[in-house]
Design a protein around this ligand. Structure first.
Ligand code: SF4
Ligand code: SF4
Length: 243
């Protein structure tokens, strides 16, 4: 899936130095997937991603999409058409009107610190963990799709059909909402997200935004980075450079 958007409407550049000042909001639901001895879920961490658009070709982004599909088991739906198709991660084109320059973006759930999808959920199915990862609890989701309407990034999908052959770690259900989990099943075991693993290690960096010694933190101190729609003050966990 590929779209072209106006760059100015889409981003607002922020200083890299804003990283680390954020705090985790109260009332957050804690969800743990696995092996918390290795990677405890704590608000002392905040998982994030830095995507360098200059270092990713369209082919690279297609590779990230494929890696996500393979890892999470989406993309082979047979009855869903058009906007019904799930899109946990999408390839977007952003055009700078002044220069005509086009950037290719990999856009997934931005794992907002202040997630509107969580605020509007009537059942608390839409939740944020203490480490900043935003998830949907399929057992609590009633499919009202309020979170889809509230998300400014169009990051969530609704499952329109009965599915088979699902991944054990990612059961998907007709009538529920889903989105990028930041591959929490891997992260909780000390791993990295599948899309990150598929890309060049300098092009997409995953890590703890709060850890001053982490590669993502160090890199954010040296590059001009942006949050998509920073004007909304959602303090996203996914950041971009090269825009
Ligand atoms: S990008 Fe959308 S789905 Fe993800 S946390 Fe933000 S509001 Fe929620
Ligand atoms: S972090 Fe995992 S779930 Fe999210 S886009 Fe990347 S591969 Fe997909």
């Amino acid at each position: 899936m590929s779209k072209t958007l106006n760059r100015r409407d889409f981003i607002k550049t922020t200083s890299a130095t804003t990283i680390g000042v954020a705090t985790v909001a109260s009332g957050i639901t804690l969800t743990t997937f696995a092996d918390t001895n290795k990677t405890p879920v704590t608000n002392e961490k905040r998982w994030g991603m830095l995507i360098d658009t200059n270092k990713l070709s369209e082919v690279d982004i297609d590779g990230m999409v494929s890696a996500c599909q393979k890892e999470q088991g989406w993309g082979s739906e047979v009855h869903s058409t058009g906007s019904q198709k799930p899109g946990w991660i999408k390839k977007l084109k952003v055009k700078d009107k002044a220069t005509g320059r086009i950037s290719n973006l990999a856009l997934m759930c931005q794992h907002c610190e202040e997630p509107p999808c969580v605020d509007v959920c009537p059942t608390n199915a839409s939740m944020k963990r203490e480490d900043g990862i935003v998830l949907v609890d399929k057992h609590l989701c009633i499919g009202c799709r309020y979170c889809m309407m509230a998300c400014p990034y169009d990051a969530r999908s609704f499952v329109h059909e009965t599915l088979s052959n699902q991944k054990e770690h990612m059961p998907r259900g007709k009538g529920t909402v889903e989105s990028c989990t930041m591959c929490v099943h891997k992260v909780d075991k000390g791993g990295i997200p599948a899309c990150v693993a598929s890309a060049n290690s300098d092009a997409v960096i995953f890590g703890d935004l709060y850890d001053a010694s982490s590669k993502i933190n160090q890199t954010l101190k040296t590059v001009q980075s942006a949050q998509i729609r920073a004007d909304l003050n959602l303090n996203t966990g996914v950041r971009y450079s090269g825009l």
